[in-house]
Design a protein around this ligand. Sequence first.
Ligand code: SAM
Length: 155
Amino acid sequence: MRMVIAAVGRLRQGPEAKLIADYLDRHAKAGRALGLPPVTISEVEDKRGGGMAAEAPLLERAIPDGAALVVMDERGQMLTSPEFAQKIAGFRDQARDIAFVIGGADGIDPALRDRADLAISFGRMVWPHMLVRVMLAEQIYRATTILGGSPYHRV
Ligand SMILES: C[S@@+](CC[C@H](N)C(=O)[O-])C[C@H]1O[C@@H](n2cnc3c(N)ncnc32)[C@H](O)[C@@H]1O
């Protein structure tokens, strides 16, 4: 099984990169015993500024064949963290890779959005894509702790 974040844009060194590295590192350690692999990040960029239509094929290339496609989209479903954890466990139990997709300034091309297994919203407000990366990394780590029964997540 593979877990991939396919994201538009290159993240420079800085606070967001440090947070993402920290959460994904914690996920990698906690996920080992649960059959969850480390998350890899695949960044794509269309240097000609072609927007979402040009970014879609680049994102498609970063998505493993047959992977469960999870798009991050403000119009998507608002899940609780335990619900998100169960989605991840469900894909794991089906032996499917998971590809989380984060769009660029224009969002995700509708053709890619429409074929998603799941669209997740972090609320109806639009967040900068680099912050969505941080929040997604944290929620993946949180999901792993929920599945592992660790007390990180409290309600
Ligand atoms: C700056 S936003 C682009 C917003 C764009 N107007 C759209 O229609 O999607 C960049 C990316 O961040 C992610 N994103 C932003 N806000 C989000 C939210 N509330 N929930 C989930 N993902 C979000 C989406 O993947 C989006 O493509």
